[in-house]
Design a protein around this ligand. Structure first.
Ligand code: ADP
Ligand code: MG
Length: 560
């Protein structure tokens, strides 16, 4: 039936459209970027599905994106011969925000337009950007292999219509009816310059009609012209690529609207052959701590897109890294199962991890401000690394930054190397304390003796710290020692006179200790005279091999 159906948007979509139009208006050129990016993704998907089913090409395997406009009708049209969408897919992908994070998204909106615009990019809502410049959008699409096409139409105000349609060619065509005043999108030269600026790196041709000057006017000819470079950016030589191109490519692969913090582009040759282009984002996505979340590496084999989110290519603790890995070592029909058992993939992963850690070390060394921005966004995730990646443990730990009693502020700026360089004469351990808040760590009575003696102590209060310390017991040959655990032996840090004085107090206190022990009974293991306190009368201490007090509290809170 060709009946027209009217369906309502999800409430969030409506809200999102309003927000999108207002906050991105000053940056409306991105509409083209987003729609071209979708068309390119659709071509990638077709290529991938066609590996198993060649008939999907329907004798048309020259994938491309076409952009055209009609001055009279005031329409701008983007069409592709990619995978297309079925009716269900249109409803799911275009009528809904299918992403799980919709609620978090609305909760994180700040009302600050610049910030909110950046958030939008993380939610895979690029398609809706069309409404920034259009007051009506008509999408006609036919999925590869299907006979029936479907037409979706909306003015972006709460509902949309859906009807069956005829479409000879496979793929998706999006026609935008431009809003009043958006005539710049009806200009041949302007469109071409936007495409070159934002979409040059798209690997398939973006074609437009060639135009000529006739009687002082630009007129369209019948001839096609490829507007973009249409070559894989990562396969080009480094010194051939500008920073702007790297940044635009990042936005395409990451779906992020913000610039990346840093990137690393490498061509590996020899036993293994692959190219990697890896980016560190400048902001953490809202679902960074969701361990189920998708990974950000796209896998290509000899320039052919194979899959998104190839989780075998980056360890969990580097799940914020985005980018592309292109190898000649794998077959085109590689599956996720094959990836799990591939020695080649293990080698590529190990090499890529080294590159990312190297990039971070370089940032820490040469751009400390950028590194501290990175640390604030991703430090907690990186800390998972010492437990996950044994072979790079020392390197990873070298990237850690902590708060300490030296500055006595919450800012995490002290590296283990800094700490060691400031160790007192005779000090052989790295002292730290963990607590469930910075204030609790900072004011712990366990610190009194250290403050008195001027010995620096690392103040740890991130939830992940306890787990991290379970794996990181040593750095650069120095043991990490909790100041709240076991017998505090400051060894050579104490002088003889002090020791004698302590011995005397211990002898004198024997009967008092006995009385306290009897009073507390089973609730404690031991009662001891201590010299670690200078102001507080008493404190609780864990045994050297017990869980720390903080970890015990965390486990209790988690119901264990
Ligand atoms: P994202 O690209 O981040 O997923 P978009 O809002 O840009 O978010 O697109 C939403 C979804 O709509 C895409 O994931 C895709 O499934 C579908 N889609 C959009 N444009 C096309 C297209 N040209 N061809 C096929 N599917 C498309
Ligand atoms: Mg998109």
């Amino acid at each position: 039936t060709a009946q027209k159906e009217t369906l309502g948007f999800q409430a969030e979509v409506k809200q999102l459209l309003q927000l999108m139009i207002h906050s991105l208006y000053s940056n409306k050129e991105i509409v083209l970027r987003e729609l071209i990016s979708n068309a390119s993704d659709a071509a990638d998907k077709l290529r991938f599905e066609a590996l198993a089913n060649g008939s999907l090409y329907e004798n048309d395997s020259e994938l491309k994106i076409r952009i055209s406009f009609d001055k009279e009708a005031r329409t701008l049209t983007i069409s592709d011969n990619g995978i297309g969408m079925s009716r269900e897919e249109v409803i799911d992908n275009i009528g809904t925000i299918a992403k799980s994070g919709t609620r978090e998204f609305f909760q994180s909106l700040s009302g600050d337009q610049a910030k909110d615009a950046n958030l939008i990019g993380q939610f895979g809502v690029g398609f809706y950007s069309a409404f920034i410049i259009a007051d009506k959008v008509t999408l006609t699409t036919r999925r590869a292999g299907d006979t029936q096409a479907v037409r979706w139409e909306s003015a972006g105000e709460g509902d949309y219509t859906l009807e069956t349609a005829e479409k000879a060619t496979r793929g998706t065509e999006i026609q935008m009816h431009l809003r009043e005043g958006e005539d710049e999108f009806l200009n041949d030269w302007k469109l071409k310059s936007i495409i070159r600026k934002y979409s040059d790196h798209i690997t398939m041709p973006i074609v437009m009609k060639k135009s000529e000057w006739k009687d002082g006017e630009q007129v369209e000819t019948d001839e096609d012209e490829t507007v973009n470079k249409a070559s894989a950016l990562w396969a080009r030589a480094k010194n051939d690529i500008t920073d702007e191109e790297y940044v635009e490519f990042y936005k395409h692969v990451s779906h992020d609207f913000q610039d990346p913090l840093a990137w690393s582009h490498n061509r590996v040759e020899g036993k293994q052959e692959y190219i990697s282009l890896l980016y560190v984002p400048s902001k953490a996505p809202f679902d960074l701590y969701d361990r189920e979340r998708k990974h950000g590496i796209k896998l290509y084999v000899k320039r052919v897109f194979i899959m998104d989110d190839a989780e075998q290519l980056m360890p969990q603790y580097l799940r914020f890294v985005r980018g592309v890995i292109d190898t000649s070592d794998l077959p085109l029909n590689v599956s996720r199962e094959i990836l799990q058992h591939s020695k080649d993939i293990d080698g590529i992963k190990a090499g890529s991890v080294k590159k990312v850690l190297g990039l971070l070390e370089d940032l820490a060394e040469n751009k400390p401000e950028q590194y501290s921005a990175f640390w604030n966004e991703f430090g907690k995730v990186l800390k998972e690394g010492v437990g996950e990646d044994f072979s790079n443990k020392e390197k990873i730990a070298g990237l850690f930054r902590f708060a300490s009693t030296l500055a006595d502020t919450e800012a995490q700026v002290v590296s283990l190397k800094d700490y060691i360089s400031r160790m007192k004469e005779g000090q052989d351990k790295i002292y730290y304390i963990t607590a469930d808040s910075f204030a609790a760590a900072q004011h712990s009575p366990h610190l009194e003796i250290f403050r008195k003696k001027g010995i620096e102590v690392l103040l740890m209060s991130d939830r992940v710290d306890e787990w991290m310390l379970g794996s990181l017991t040593e750095f650069d040959g120095k043991k990490l020692q909790s100041v709240a655990k076991g017998d505090l032996d400051l060894g050579t840090l104490e002088d003889e006179a002090e020791k004698e004085q302590q011995k005397k107090i211990e002898d004198e206190s024997k009967s008092l200790i006995e009385k306290i022990k009897t009073a507390l009974g089973e609730t404690v293991n031991e009662v001891r005279v201590t010299h670690r306190l200078t102001d507080s009368p008493a404190c609780l201490v864990s045994g050297e091999n017990d869980l720390s007090g903080n970890l015990e509290r965390m486990l209790k809170a988690a119901g264990q």
